[in-house]
Design a protein around this ligand. Sequence first.
Ligand code: ADP
Ligand code: MG
Length: 470
Amino acid sequence: MPSPTFADLGVPQNITAALASRGILEPFEIQSAAIGDVLAGRDVCGRAPTGSGKTLAFGIPLVATGAQGLPYHPRSLILVPTRELADQITAELSTFAGRVRIHAIYGGVGYGGQRAALKRGVDILVACPGRLEDLIQQGSIRLKDVDKVVIDEADRMADMGFLPAVRRILDMTSSGRQTVLFSATLDGDVARIVNEYQNNPVRHEVKPVGNDASKADHVFWVTNRDDRVEVTSQIIANAWPSIVFCRTRHGADRLARQLEQKGIVAAPIHGGRSQSQRTRALEDFMGARVQALIATDVAARGIHVDGVSSVIHFDPPEDHKAYIHRSGRTARAGETGLVVSLLVHDQVKAAKQMQRQIKLDIAPIKVDASNLSGALTDLGLAPAAPFVPPPAARSSKPPSHGGRPGGGRGGRPEGRPGSPKAGKPRTGAGAAGPKPSGTQRSGTPLPAGPRSGTTRSGTPRSAGPRSTSR
Ligand code: ADP
Ligand code: MG
């Protein structure tokens, strides 16, 4: 059976046209499976790995069928665990929403803008549970007209302790509502929500090929504790854009500083930073003004940036689920990627246990920080000259260093720094990243970046991170 088109699934022409203009031409598997049912008004319970395209699976039908909200009375509600995810979903849906009014509400920012939007009227509200409950208590939102609810990343909501709030919120919505739930796992508390709040849901499951992280190359490197920063800097230099995970906020701040001393442009992103700092870090990352985001787990949840070349577990993840979520920041949407776990000796045993739980079988190897070239070559990465950030790279609105390389891993041959073609921005970020200046395009010497390596598969990596949602 040939796979259906968006039109075959019943997606209206104005939406297919808007998607096509972003290069989204054919539905992904979870979209083919779920869009028809969600459009038809059925409850859907979907399980699919990170990067499989769940946002459009629920977002297209909501935009196509959601009703108009009166002031303070939204009609559709998308519940999400984090503010970053709220922003990303809002931005992604806005690309084809036409006149449908979508607005995100979450904590950590002022109430004024959110109240004003609610007063004007919102059709699709994208909300984190905490702020939503605040606004309900203040009388700025009433949920009784809500007849379509999506619970996105239900497993993360459960992990973050939001399910009691989700229940209270669902209880305030229309009893005849349609309820759609997406999650990477469907057990425990999530299963209870499905049983209690969904009405005879259609289940759609998209199995990852192998496991969630199968399209990435996974390696486990054993090093001395003191060498981890140096090893990390070399991985980033060769395979950026990179997301590096630390256990604590303090650790992330410290590592970002230490990496900067080694010539890596890095931005910490964690819950201890203000919303505007986090937004700026993400924008700088998508605009290729920083090579690495140094993140804690909470901050990285739901960040949807494509084109990330490597994920580095600087500190081990809490458990195998966290490993999959962290690693899922690379190799999204069918791309390849590199995942490096840095281990000190007494962490090797736990790493092997974790591997068994996710059916990975990769022998940890010892690496020597003073001579990493062999290990890098094994990964298809050529040792690179140290990255020298452009002078403006640390300011808030620098010009794009237009010649940034194709992410290091297998960057295309013509993508070498300084070559004219290398200046093509691939942020997909629209307004987020400044356009490269003409001088850079016309061959001004550019900072040394990673040399192009060849991936094992020989497939060129795309240039730079992208978030399709900004
Ligand atoms: P998930 O929520 O399942 O982790 P997303 O919905 O964030 O995944 O989608 C992952 C990426 O794939 C996004 O960048 C999105 O824009 C892109 N994408 C989604 N559907 C399609 C499609 N049908 N064709 C091309 N790209 C798509
Ligand atoms: Mg998602």
